[in-house]
Design a protein. Structure first.
Length: 169
């Protein structure tokens, strides 16, 4: 039952990021404080993420790349891939009943181009915990071809008492 509760908590947190909408049409980014801008960014990056599987130490999601997240040549922007992975890593750690953490080491290798409307599977697996550190590995695969498009390894450190922390990437 404990695993189910921690998975539910992680699921709710990840889904809550998609519903953030602090930006009104009359505002400019200059008129917003930094936390509001961070909230807008989170929603912008992961809106549309579908959680397919969640268990202790593992989160599997599907994401169809929307046109808003691609560059002039139609490719999913590298920084936005990193932000997506950062949030999915946080959720994977939360499924282990660990507090949300801050990134202290991040490595992302790109193997293939991802274009608008491609459907990507994001598979995050917790490798382990030691002291305040947790390490997660994430594979991103093209769902249609099975091709590995990117792989990330992220180490995060315990930042006690902050379940509202948002990515700064």
């Amino acid at each position: 039952m404990e695993d189910q509760n921690t998975c539910d908590r992680a699921r709710k947190w990840l889904l809550s990021l998609q519903t953030i909408d602090d930006f009104n049409s009359g505002e400019t980014l200059k008129s917003l404080d930094s936390s509001a801008i961070s909230n807008i960014y989170e929603g912008f990056v992961i809106r549309g993420l579908r959680i397919d599987q969640m268990q202790s130490g593992r989160v599997v999601c599907t994401f169809k790349i929307p046109p808003r997240l691609v560059d002039e040549e139609g490719r999913w922007r590298a920084g936005l891939i990193m932000s997506m992975v950062d949030n999915v890593c946080g959720a994977a750690i939360m499924t282990c009943d660990k507090p949300l953490k801050v990134s202290v080491d991040y490595n992302l290798s790109y193997f293939s181009v991802v274009k608008a409307h491609d459907e990507i599977e994001i598979d995050a697996r917790v490798l382990g915990h030691k002291g305040g550190l947790s390490t997660v590995v994430v594979d991103l695969r093209n769902k249609n071809t099975g091709e590995l498009v990117a792989q990330a390894r992220q180490t995060m450190h315990n930042y006690a008492g902050i379940h509202t922390l948002r990515s700064k990437i």
